[in-house]
Design a binder for this molecule. Sequence first.
Ligand code: ADP
Ligand code: MG
Length: 254
Amino acid sequence: MSVVELEDVTFSYTEVPVLEGVDLSIEEGEFLGLVGPNGSGKSTLLRIALGLESPDSGTAELFGEPAEAFDDGHRIGYVAQGTTSLDQSIPVTVSEAVTMGRFPHAGYGRLDADDRDAVEDAMETVGVSDLASRKLDELSGGQRQRVFIARALACEADLLALDEPTVGVDAESRDAFYDLLAELNDRGIAIVLIEHDIGTVTEYATTVACINQRVHYHGDPEGFAESDALADAYGAGQRVLEHDHSAHDHGGDQ
Ligand code: ADP
Ligand code: MG
C-alpha cells in the first residue's frame, strides 16, 4: 500500500491553475524530495496529500484512504512552511510539546510509563533532552525544528511531511538535521521533504519529484541531475549544484 497516492490532481485557489494532472505516490520507506521554483505548487501539493485541501478533480489517498477523510493524524508528523522561523511566542516547554505528540496513543487520557519512555526516547533521539524545560520560543530555529521531529517520533508517525524545515537554520544544524532524517528513514519512516536546496535533496532523498504546476520529473536523484527537468521547471540557466556548504550558507559569514 502506498503512503500517499495522488492521481490526476488538479487544483486552483482562484482562476489560475496551481496544479494540473499531477500523479505522484510515496511508498513505504521512501524519502521523497519535492523541488520546484517558488510558487510552483509544492506546499499546495503537500497540503492536498495530507487532506488539508481537496483537489478540484482527481484523487488523493493517504494510507489507502481518501486523504480528506483520514483521521489517524498521529501517523503523520507535519511541519508546515514557516514553522522554524516563527517569531510569535509559544508558551510551551520542549517536554510539553513532545508529550502532546503522545496523547493520541494514550487516547488523550493519562500517560503511562511506556508513554513517558516514548517521550524521553524521542527527545533523546533528536538531542533535545537537555532542553526539556525550555520554552519553545527560547530555542533557535534548528532546536525548535528538532522538537517538532521529536513530537512526530513520540507519536510514532509513519510519515514525516516537512515543508522547508530548515529556513532560518544555520548550515551546521541543517546538516545535522538532514543526517537525522536519513537515520529515521533508515528505520523505515517515510519522508516527504520540500527543500529549495537541490544539492541537499539529491544527496539525501531516495526519490526526487520536480514540479511546476505539473510533474516535470519523478525518479531517482541521479537521473534528476542528468535530466532536462530542472531547466523545464525552472526555466533556462539553472543547473544542479553540488552540495556545497559555502554556496548555500544564508546566515553565514561571507
Ligand atoms: P510553493 O510552495 O511551491 O512556493 P504554493 O503551493 O505555496 O507554492 O503556491 C502555489 C501558487 O498558489 C502560488 O502562485 C501562490 O501564490 C498561490 N497560492 C498559495 N496559497 C494561496 C491561497 N491561500 N490563496 C490564493 N493563492 C494561493
Ligand atoms: Mg511553499
